[in-house]
Design a protein around this ligand. Structure first.
Ligand code: ADP
Ligand code: MG
Length: 341
């Protein structure tokens, strides 16, 4: 179902994205050690990588919200369990890994345990290609972030049968996490293949909505479809949100838009006051460094130090919220207008 709000997990559930799938197939079949899947939030990265992994041997790991080592190993176990039919043979006989009907258990402490690194080394020894997908890896905090970075670098250099696919919404932060441009990073200077997940064109958005509504047995007025295509700017996650809400009975499109804006507002809560002030200024039309500075000063009576302003704008760009003083997602622009810092 296209309007299922969970990430899609098989190629047959995926709308379009044939080029991206082909690119991933090619990268992995050519034995590329590391591929990045980049795109803003809700653009369909998780769906793409999960669908890609669908029929292949590998492990999907969601790094969001992982702050303790125990959680990391739980996620590893869950990921292996969900692709057990394809990976079981590779895992058999690995110390510290056991199967039951209920799941895969990875013992990571004490005797007969295995580290994540050890697990990958064992899998690599089996001599068959194995794909490790890590989603939103830039969200990890120390010390796990450094461990994962080292693991990725080690695998890149030494584990020829492991293909890493790393995806993330905060594109600048992800690149800086990996540190391919940073001489002190273990991944410095490594070649990284990038797959960019882009928004749908107007035509594709329209097709997506019409097809999705057909599955729901609905045919909304053409005007409603056009409005949604306009408002949600080809971001598939918002198109799904719209389609699902409409199909569930909310027929007022501005109401659905407001619900989407409120979701974005929730996500913006994690930002600090200065970041919010600056985003609000950009949302209100300040389209250059000096305009942001003077608008903040005018409206709030705060003169931001030059270096502070530069640093914060850089960070907001690294988080893929804005680029060149424009929002990458119109829903976020609207949400930032509503911020009350
Ligand atoms: N190609 C696609 N076809 C159909 N639905 C999709 C597609 N890509 C994403 N979606 C839907 O859009 C929403 C956001 O997708 P997700 O993969 O979680 O995005 P991201 O990981 O980039 O934030 C989900 O509801 C998902 O089901
Ligand atoms: Mg995702």
């Amino acid at each position: 179902m296209l309007f299922d709000i969970r990430p899609k997990s098989s190629r047959s559930d995926l709308f379009d994205r044939e080029n991206e799938l082909r690119e991933l197939d090619r990268a992995v079949d050519h034995g590329r050690p590391l591929t990045l899947v980049l795109g803003i939030r809700r653009i369909g990265k998780t769906s793409l990588v999960k669908a890609f992994l669908g029929e292949r041997r590998g492990l999907y790991l969601d790094a969001r919200g992982v702050s303790r080592r125990s959680e990391l190993y739980e996620r590893i176990g869950d990921g292996l369990y969900s692709s057990l039919s394809r990976v079981r043979r590779l895992l058999e006989g690995i110390r510290g890994v056991s199967f039951s009907a209920a799941g895969v258990e990875v013992r990571w402490r004490g005797s007969d345990s295995v580290s994540f690194m050890g697990l990958l080394q064992e899998i690599n020894r089996r001599g068959e290609r194995f794909i490790l997908v890590v989603d939103e890896v830039q969200s990890l905090k120390p010390p796990l972030s450094a461990e994962l970075r080292n693991l990725i670098a080690y695998s890149y250099d030494n584990l020829e049968n492991i293909s890493l696919v790393i995806s993330g919404s905060e594109i600048g932060l992800l690149r800086s996490f990996l540190g391919v441009d940073n001489p002190s990073s273990p991944l410095y200077g490594r070649y990284v293949h990038e797959v960019h997940v882009e928004r749908f064109s107007g035509g594709l958005s329209r097709e997506f909505l019409v097809e999705g509504f057909k599955e729901e047995g609905l045919k909304p007025p053409g005007k409603t479809i056009e409005e949604a295509v306009e408002l949600f700017d080809g971001i598939v996650g918002w198109l799904v949100f719209f389609g699902r809400s409409y199909a569930d009975g909310t027929r007022n499109i501005s109401r659905i838009f407001d619900m989407a804006v409120n979701l974005a507002l929730e996500e913006l809560k994690k930002l600090n006051e200065r970041e919010k002030i600056i985003l609000k200024a950009i949302a209100e039309g300040a389209d250059s460094w000096s305009r942001v500075r003077s608008l903040v000063s005018e409206k709030r009576g705060i003169v931001l130090p030059k270096s502070t302003l530069t640093r914060i704008i850089d960070k907001l760009e690294m988080m893929s919220i804005v680029k060149d003083y424009e929002f990458l997602d119109p829903i976020y622009r609207e949400a930032c207008r509503k911020l009350r810092p």
